[in-house]
Design a protein around this ligand. Structure first.
Ligand code: GLP
Length: 281
């Protein structure tokens, strides 16, 4: 596992987008690149940077197939808080992706089990996910795999914890009762099958879960700890999210990644400092 600790959210966003762009542009022209995508506040900056690269003519999504991680059960695609709407507004409508290549679980399905099985099948048919970008919950969840999810789980319906619904209430006018009680989500096993994992973590509120995922035992108590068993997982986090790591752990990874970070900075065109707040952080 690689752990890249960067100064702040802006750095995290730049670096995350650069890694994704590098993989897409470097991929073989024979097969579309298959990208797994999350929602949440954390990936917003990465989406913003990917959109910038696209506008600058440096990145095309024409040969990219996407699979989103999850969707609330019971929300229509057009609901303002659905993950369909989130993805459309924050990413898809700004890039040149072919609509037929976008996959998001249908929260309004009358057959959740069939929908989940078909999703797994669609991922297989696309040749598997090449890179899965993910965020993390404050309790260490990945996608909507709450604590004590099986580490070999596949796409299925998951009941959301009170904690997750409380955290996500900010998107529903602060009213936890408006947050759906369940979601359709890829499983931990589905995420683990991806060729590469890129996990982004920002802010002090993620520090405990990040520590558990990176330094704790691999356990269903912290589903994100599964990354320890992935052959190609990278976590990019800012200083705030790294705050609870042992000093020795942080120092080790900082030394290890120093050269890579310096190289990335040298390659980057000068961009004006962005001062955007992470929404809801
Ligand atoms: C939701 C999503 C997760 C995401 C998490 C954290 O629970 N299902 O995929 O990682 O939110 O979101 P944020 O980045 O807003 O903290």
């Amino acid at each position: 596992m690689r752990l890249i600790i960067v100064k702040n959210y802006q750095e995290l966003s730049l670096l995350g987008a650069e890694r994704i762009a590098e993989r897409i542009t470097g991929s073989s022209r024979k097969k579309p690149f298959v990208l797994g995508l999350p929602t949440g506040s954390t990936p917003l900056g990465i989406y913003r940077e990917l959109i910038r690269l696209h506008r600058e003519g440096k990145l095309s999504f024409k040969a990219v197939i996407t699979f989103n991680m999850d969707e609330y059960l019971g929300l229509s695609a057009g609901h303002p808080q659905s993950y369909h709407t989130f993805m459309e507004e924050n990413f898809f409508r700004h890039v040149d992706i072919d609509r037929a290549n976008i996959h998001i679980l249908d929260g309004e399905t009358g057959d959740p089990e069939g929908e989940c099985a078909a999703y797994e099948e669609a991922i297989r048919a696309a040749g598997g996910i090449d890179l899965f970008l993910g965020g993390m919950g404050e309790d260490g969840h990945i996608a909507f795999n709450e604590p004590f999810s099986s580490l070999s789980s596949r796409t299925r319906v998951k009941t959301l914890t009170e904690d997750t619904r409380a955290v996500n209430a900010r998107f529903f006018g602060g009213d936890m009762n408006q947050v759906p009680r369940a979601a359709l989500t890829v499983g931990v096993g589905t995420v683990m099958d991806a060729g590469e994992l890129l996990i982004a973590a920002s802010g002090r509120n993620k520090a405990r879960a990040l520590r558990d995922a990176v330094e704790g035992a691999v356990s269903h108590r912290c589903p994100l700890s599964c990354i320890q068993n992935h052959p190609k997982a990278t976590v990019i986090c800012d200083e705030a999210a790294a705050a609870e790591l042992d000093a020795g752990t942080a120092a080790y990874f900082k030394t290890l990644e120093r050269d890579a970070l310096e190289r990335a900075a040298l390659l980057r065109p000068a961009v004006p400092e962005q001062t955007g707040q992470v929404p809801g952080a």
